[in-house]
Design a protein around this ligand. Structure first.
Ligand SMILES: [Zn+2]
Length: 63
């Protein structure tokens, strides 16, 4: 079972957000999309979801 992660610290435009999300790809995509809309004032579009999916990486050990 491949887990993926997103890390707001990877995105320089984000103002001080350090949220780290890891889990299965669909779970991360859903949570990261909700977070981007809620906190970063993005609009939930297919393009946003593609950006998030593209930014996913392998999770850190132990996460
Ligand atoms: Zn964030």
């Amino acid at each position: 079972m491949a887990r993926k992660a997103t890390d707001c610290r990877d995105t320089p435009s984000v103002s001080g957000c350090s949220l780290y999300i890891s889990g299965e790809e669909d779970e991360v995509l859903r949570a990261a999309t909700a977070h981007a809309v809620d906190v970063h004032e993005h609009t939930d579009t297919p393009e946003l979801r593609e950006e998030i999916r593209a930014s996913m990486k392998d999770p850190l050990p132990g996460t």
